[in-house]
Design a protein around this ligand. Sequence first.
Ligand SMILES: N[C@@H](CCC(=O)N[C@@H](CS)C(=O)NCC(=O)O)C(=O)O
Length: 214
Amino acid sequence: MYKLILGNKNYSSWSLRPWLVMKKAKIEFEELVIPLYVDGYQQALAPYSPSGKVPVLISDALTIWDSLAICEYIAEVSPLMWPQDSQSRALARSISHEMHSGFSLIRENMPMNCRAVGRHVSITAPIQQEIDRIQSIWQNCLEENHPGPWLFGDFSIADAMYAPIVSRFNTYGVELNQTCSKYMQHVLNDKHMKQWFSAAAEELHVIELSEVVK
Ligand SMILES: N[C@@H](CCC(=O)N[C@@H](CS)C(=O)NCC(=O)O)C(=O)O
């Protein structure tokens, strides 16, 4: 049995990614949510997480940390989680790694806050550049893999990597072109995303830093 250690569903964007991949791969797992940035959270994480961060996947003697490493492990168990064609797979990996290692301004200035809508932050030119880059990534994938509905036709890890961005764009009312808005709506209406959002809405913890509007 797998056990996935997560942060608050409302705020933990890294946790959402492997959770969604495991749901789509139809893998059964137990969840443990450890509320972050409350007294004692580091001690609560310590027995599970070698890095002191979430997410972590535990299976018997195996411990895997870091969102993308967990997604890659799931793709070994369930190969349909990456596109089947090698060129598409390479592109899906490129955009997933670009997400994993980049977009620091969006991350910093537009924290994921699943239950919040109608929030506003000032979109500086460098933030807009990151938004434009994401829009162009989505646009290229969606045109290439028309009619979708996911970035590569069927769901892949790339969609999971960008799912928290969809949530952020929804929270902060980021306007996108028609193709990308349609993709956003598809992700927001996905049954597993809705499950995550419902659980996030029921959480009581508030991380003040993620509630600040700049
Ligand atoms: N590169 C890591 C980032 C993990 C990460 O930063 N997780 C945050 C929550 S979203 C965390 O555990 N924060 C707690 C802390 O830094 O003390 C991944 O992809 O999993």
